[in-house]
Every structure is written in C-alpha cells, then in structure tokens.
Design a protein around this ligand. Structure first.
Ligand SMILES: Nc1ncnc2c1ncn2[C@@H]1O[C@H](COP(=O)(O)OP(=O)(O)OP(=O)(O)O)[C@@H](O)[C@H]1O
Ligand SMILES: [Mg+2]
Length: 365
C-alpha cells in the first residue's frame, strides 16, 4: 500500500451491523480500530466521547468494500472530502472501479449519485440545468441539470471546452446555480468526483492550475493487487453484477446526518502549534524545491490542515499527529504543485518530490 494516501481500516476492523435508521442519533460508542498507513499498524488511541458518526462512517467503508475490493485509501479520501465539504479529482486508468466506487459510496450513505460524461459538445446548461419553455403555463421553467445531486461523478472533464468546465467549477465553488438571476442551492452534501482522461491528451482541454487548486484532494486509483484481482474475478464468477448494488446486498448504513456530525466533530480535533508549524514547513518546502516551478499555495496548506484533521478524527483521535499530515500530503498537494520541465524529463513525479520533501522536513518531536 502506498504511504501517501490515507488507508481505511476497511475489512481489518470488526463489522458493524447495518443501521436501519439513517444517522439520526449517535450509535453505540466505540471508535473503530483505525490505523494510519504512515503509522504502520499501531492502533489509534480512542478519542473521548461517543463515536456515533465515526462508527457509521466505518460501516460505510465496509459496505463499499462489499462492491469494491481494495481501494480503501480512495474510500477514505472520499469520506475526508465529504467531511471537509471539498471535491476530489480521481485519477486512474479505465476499468479500475472509479464509477463503481462512487456509486457504492452513494448507496452506503443513502445519497443521490449521478454520472455525467463530459464531451466536446456538452453545453454549460447540460451541466447546471436550463430554462425550458412550458407551453401549458406559457412560462419558462427551470429544469435542473445533473449537478443537482449529492455525489456527481464528472467523467473526463478535460474533454469539454473551458466554458462548460467553468460552469461545473462555479457550481462546485458556490454550491448553487444561477441561470436566470435566481440562485438555486445545490443539495447538501454536494461532492464532485472528477476524472480526467490521462490516456489521450489529443483534443482535450486540461484544467489550468488555478482550477486544479479548487479540488481538495487528488486521489489515485491504482490497479488492484494480484490477490485482489483474483477476488474481483471470483465475485464476478459468483454472479456479482456491478449494475445492481441492491442485489449485491449493498445498502444505506449511514446518511447525511452522520456526515454533518463528522464535520462538527472534526472541527474539534486539536492541532498543536508544532503540527501547524509542520504543515506550513511542508508547504513552504514545496516553494523552494528545485524540481518544482510552482509550489503549494496557502490554500493548499489550509486543505492539508482540514483533511489531516478529518483523517485524525476518522482514525479515532481528537488530535492531529505529524503522521496524519504525512498521510494527506500527497492527496492534498500533488495536483497543486508543478514540476519544472527539466525535472519532468529526468523522470521526477509530484509524488516522488513530495516524498523527498517529507523525508527532509524536520518532524516535530
Ligand atoms: N477493485 C475492484 N473491485 C471490484 N470490482 C472491480 C474492481 N476494479 C474493477 N472492477 C470491476 O471492473 C468494472 C469496471 O469498473 P468501473 O466501470 O467502475 O471502472 P472505471 O474506473 O469507472 O472505468 P472508466 O474509466 O472506463 O469509466 C467494475 O464494474 C467491476 O466489475
Ligand atoms: Mg467510469
């Protein structure tokens, strides 16, 4: 497992029974035995107080695991983004279950999910919705676009021209759509998981840096390990149909109230001045790294802080450790830094540069 993406506890922890009621109130206390990849397999120290939403979100990770084998770091990353009210870029070659992940997550969290394939001829109104003339009432009515959902899988956003990309990015930022001067709020929660076609660049419109900075995390979805791939095939042989998650026994185990509870709880996670200083030092190091022509912005530093807090909370702690910061540095920063062309020619990668910086920046205590 890569150490730069948060790992979920996934199937490593005891299973929680399905919750019939969607997250109205706190469930039985008892934080999951989470582990951080950077901290090895050391069990986390439980935080004080009831852990209702945390337990519910642990159950979500298990539930998604019924459909998607492996990929726990990506599930954790998506949950962190939901807790922090951010959006994610999903990177992975075709067929590694990006769509299945988002669909299973929506099902487990009792959220509405939609997928939108971006194409060269897609218009802004195809994303946001548009005014449609209703002959019966002789008036223009607003017809909601696919952006009116909780989890939007925006596939291959680099295939669509900048104007349509801008419509999506604006909705992401403002969490509302204004078409005829009337603001229409998007559902809560609202998360965009965007993919970019990385195989072909011909005829694409890559997102500029300023736009990439708006994504809280960039999560990489690697091809499965051999054993996981064998398990995937075994499930298919046994009749698993990825189009019918209900038949596969995947259903709601948590809901929006758990996410709201998680959001509140993560805000109470303590960050010591030393750890704050460490976050700043890591981000500042990217600005003077010889291999980089663009370092992480202060916005990136705030993203690293917020996501480290959410990860600490998900891991069962009420304080952030330097290891939390290390675990999130890759996902929070990799899309916000730019390699110098000569470093790229030498084979440098954003993840490699970040790993080097994490090894060099002094860790508090
Ligand atoms: N880790 C996995 N666990 C379970 N099934 C998997 C996994 N990886 C791939 N699959 C299988 O491969 C199928 C393809 O996945 P999916 O359509 O979600 O891929 P994708 O990454 O969205 O591809 P694309 O980029 O072409 O949209 C899934 O429906 C599933 O059957
Ligand atoms: Mg897909």
């Amino acid at each position: 497992m890569t150490a730069d993406v948060p790992a979920a506890t996934g199937s490593a922890q005891p299973r929680h029974g399905p919750r019939q009621e969607h997250a109205r109130e706190a469930a039985t206390p008892g934080p999951p035995a989470a582990r951080s990849p950077a901290a090895g397999s050391a069990p986390a120290r439980p935080a004080s107080g009831a852990a209702g939403p945390r337990e519910a979100l642990a159950a979500v990770r298990d539930e998604v695991g019924k459909a998607v084998i492996g990929q726990e770091p990506v599930v954790s990353g998506l949950l962190i983004a939901l807790i922090c009210e951010g959006h994610v870029l999903l990177e992975g070659v075709p067929g590694v279950a990006k769509t299945l992940l988002v669909r299973a997550l929506a099902a487990a969290l009792s959220l509405d999910g939609k997928r939108l394939q971006f194409t060269p001829d897609l218009m802004p109104g195809d994303v946001t919705g548009s005014l449609v003339y209703d002959a019966r009432t002789a008036r223009f009515e607003f017809r909601e676009g696919p952006v009116f959902t909780n989890l939007l899988l925006a596939d291959e956003i680099n295939r669509t021209p900048p104007k349509t990309q801008a419509a999506l990015l604006e909705a992401m930022e403002e969490r509302q759509v204004s078409v005829d001067g009337t603001p229409r709020p998007l559902p809560v929660p609202f998360l965009v998981a965007a993919t970019q076609n990385a195989v072909e660049y011909e005829g694409t419109y890559p997102l500029p840096e300023a736009q990439l900075d708006r994504f809280l995390l960039k999560l990489t979805v690697p091809p499965p390990e051999r054993a996981d791939e064998i398990a995937i095939l075994a499930r298919h042989a046994a009749g698993f149909d990825p189009r019918d998650l209900t038949a596969a026994g995947i259903g709601p185990v948590a809901g929006p109230a758990d996410l709201a509870g998680a959001r509140r709880a993560a805000r109470d996670v303590r960050v010591s001045p030393e750890v704050t200083g460490y976050i700043v030092d890591v981000c500042r190091a990217t600005r003077s790294a010889p291999a980089l022509r663009l370092g992480a912005s202060p916005r990136a530093a705030t993203a690293l802080l917020a996501t480290s807090r959410a990860w600490a909370w998900l891991s069962g702690r009420d304080y952030v450790t330097p290891d939390d910061v290390k675990a999130l540095a890759g996902p929070a920063l990799r899309h916000r830094i730019q390699l110098r062309p000569e470093a790229e020619l030498d084979g440098a990668t954003p993840d490699g540069v970040l790993r080097g910086l994490l090894a060099a920046v002094p860790v508090p205590r």
